[in-house]
Write a protein that binds this ligand. Sequence first.
Ligand SMILES: [Zn+2]
Length: 283
Amino acid sequence: MSIVTRFAPSPTGYLHLGHAFSALFAWHRARDASGRFLLRLEDIDPTRCRPEFAAAILEDLAWLGLDWDGEVRVQSQHFAEYRATLDGLAARGLLYPCFCSRADIRQSAAAPHTPDGTPRYPGTCRGLSQDQRDTHISAGEPYALRLHMDRALAALGDAATLTFEAAGEGAIRCHPQQFGDVVLARKDAPASYHLCVTHDDALQGVTLVTRGEDLRQATHLHRLLQVLMGWPAPRYAFHPLLTDASGRRLAKRDHAATLRELRAQGRSPADVRALASSPRTSD
Ligand SMILES: [Zn+2]
């Protein structure tokens, strides 16, 4: 079967070397096997994503010499599809509305954190009656939609057999319960990263999901969503995260060099590809 990979950045800033490394990793996995390489813009967050960054991503990747197959999928143009997926889960009783604020959740318990870095949800709104939900909703209170994790696991039947296949590692047992009742539709966006990424990987026929080690734990949840929705299981390949000279992970907040800056300094695409393919990395 032909390999299909994708690079799926969020247009919240300019691409830096860490992105280039990640994009090249996915691109090589596809191209070296005569497979397809797709580009997707994960722009569901209206407060952080900007069109000029989206345009810059396409331009920077093309400058770097990366080509992609087919049209770029832009998630913000497909909210109706994510809505339909949410409706399907809701009809099976697997979602519930949550009216809590972030402060409510922080204060509610010394809850362990999820792999997303947020406190695990204590389930405050899980037991609300339909009347109580209707009262909140008709009062115009914003709400998120959360996955009812216990029911989701029960819906799997034999959850103990849930695994994902990682390159060079074999089958890895999944523990999605570490996410608790995870948000699948945010208060401020009609979907969530976890929902959209699994939806789109299935829709686009991605067979090999390449991602940084920082998203390894999310994969446990993604397998659960895939099984719940009847979507196929892609294989996974995890890559280390690029670090700077002091060993810290490259990130926008650290003012990591953007491809634009490197380009302005006179670096060629070949220079940048070399920088991004023989990086200092760490797990
Ligand atoms: Zn709540």
